[in-house]
Design a protein around this ligand. Structure first.
Ligand code: SF4
Ligand code: SF4
Length: 448
């Protein structure tokens, strides 16, 4: 057991919290997307084209750099669209779903008896591999490496992402089997993030055999694997760690036992523009219009797949991402306020306590996408440093990265950054710090 007291971090009380109560599994959507753009580190080599018929488990694309890493169709259907972006970068593959999965796509395996090699082969052949991601750089795990440790995301404290205490409450047996599998993949520890109080994780999770619990204060982003690793056992040169979401791990257990792909997940639909913020059970890659079936308020809205700090903006008629287990809908902040700093700001969330909301504000704040101003020069306020959970000084780091001084960037901790987004959120000069750091991480990963 390890105790971690996070310095930094920040909890933002946002309006639009999902109410507990999982609706039944939604029916298989007619269209589903496999978001290649979310699979960082994979260079896709297409194996299908528009119009091809696919069965669940058929390969859609491989990683050019290592053909063992495959991404598969989750359902039977026809390839409807292969969407590409700038410089023909593959964004997503959209499948027109037949409404079913073939009965059994793979041979079932015994979770207890499977060897390390068989497990690796099975994860790779079934397209389950991309659910494992690797730090540094948060890329899809490299099957040629062995992770020093594996972190299972069990404590998710970004606002309104699924509360694992609720989602995992009846999943003890499958979770324990999942941990036994992970023990075969690493010679090191399998860490689970646990909160100090009973309300934030299922009680049984405190005593799962084979895990090393990391007890932490429940402040965002204490649940992130990279933050835990930085505080518990920092990653040294030539070491990697892997991480996986607890729901994805349970889906892998289900696949091993049944031979059928399991892309169903409990997700949240949240945010101030959602008419009925709630938990739903749907599928990875579902269409926005399917998961917002109970309505969103009319207007110009921003749709975010994943957490409010770490998610990605998607189109209203788009699809959920590969890893994001939530959809946030907030208002686009298109209207400019007149003299915003001369208003009391009772309704505005404020890290720097410049508005009266600090003393007389509501319990929850309505967040729009507005930055409330243009980017300006850094004023050396150090707010970014105060919230950083991994002791980076973002105000120095971003300057070195903009100057392409990557050696200095590494010395200032660019690899440790978890891309939690807090520094960008609190920056009064509206500098997109985590975007600058993210671009540098991609560059450094590419350069090796
Ligand atoms: S530097 Fe990275 S880890 Fe630190 S607050 Fe910014 S995004 Fe988060
Ligand atoms: S929060 Fe923004 S303005 Fe303040 S020190 Fe950091 S980068 Fe500079």
């Amino acid at each position: 057991m390890v105790r971690m007291q996070l310095s930094g971090g920040y909890n933002l009380n946002l309006a639009g919290k999902p109410s507990l109560g999982i609706t039944e599994l939604l029916k298989v959507p007619s269209l589903i997307s496999v978001k290649a753009i979310d699979l960082h580190g994979i260079k896709p080599l297409m194996k299908v084209k528009v119009g091809d018929k696919v069965k669940a488990g058929d390969v859609l694309f491989l990683n050019k750099a290592n053909h063992k890493v495959k991404v598969v169709a989750p359902f039977d259907g026809t390839v409807k669209e292969v969407k590409r972006g700038d410089r023909r970068v593959l964004l997503e593959v959209i499948i027109d779903v037949d409404g079913k999965q073939s009965e059994s796509q793979f041979k079932s395996k015994s979770v207890d008896d499977i060897s390390e090699k068989d497990l690796m082969d099975h994860l790779l052949d079934t397209g389950s591999w991309p659910f494992f991601r690797q730090y540094p750089y948060n890329v899809v795990a490299d099957p040629e490496l062995r992770p020093r440790d594996i972190y299972v995301e069990t404590l998710c404290n970004e606002p309104h992402v699924p509360d694992m205490n609720y989602v995992l409450q009846d999943q003890k047996e499958a979770f324990e089997k999942g941990i036994a599998l992970l023990k075969k993949l690493t010679p090191g520890n399998v860490y689970t993030g646990l909160a100090n109080t009973e309300i934030e994780i299922p009680k049984w999770m405190r005593s799962v055999k084979g895990t090393t619990p990391v007890y932490t204060n429940n402040i965002y982003p204490a649940g992130e694997a990279s933050v835990q690793s930085y505080n518990v056992a920092p990653i040294k040169k030539n070491e990697v760690i892997w991480h996986i979401n607890a729901q994805d791990l349970i889906a892998i257990v289900n696949l091993l036992e049944s031979g059928k792909l399991d892309y169903s997940r409990v997700m949240t639909v949240a945010g101030s523009c959602v008419d009925k913020p709630q938990y739903i059970k749907t599928y990875v890659g579902s269409a926005v219009k399917v998961v917002t079936k109970d309505g969103v308020s009319y207007g110009e809205n921003r749709y975010i797949s994943g957490g409010i700090f770490t998610g990605t903006t998607i189109e209203k008629d788009g699809y959920l991402g590969f890893y994001g287990h939530s959809l946030h809908v907030i208002e686009e902040g298109l209207n400019r306020e007149f003299l915003p700093f001369q208003r009391p700001g009772f309704e505005k969330a404020s890290f720097s306590r410049v508005f009266l909301s600090t003393f007389f504000g509501p319990d929850t704040f309505v967040q729009t996408s507005s930055q409330m101003g243009e980017e300006r020069a850094c004023i050396a306020c150090s707010h970014c440093e105060e919230v950083c959970p991994v002791d980076i000084k973002p105000q120095f780091l971003f300057k070195s990265l903009l100057a392409e001084d990557y050696a200095m960037g590494e010395a200032l901790g660019v690899k440790d950054c978890s891309l939690c987004g807090l520094c960008t959120y609190v920056c009064p000069s509206k500098i997109d710090l985590d975007d600058i750091i993210s671009s540098a991480q991609k560059f450094l990963h590419k350069e090796g």
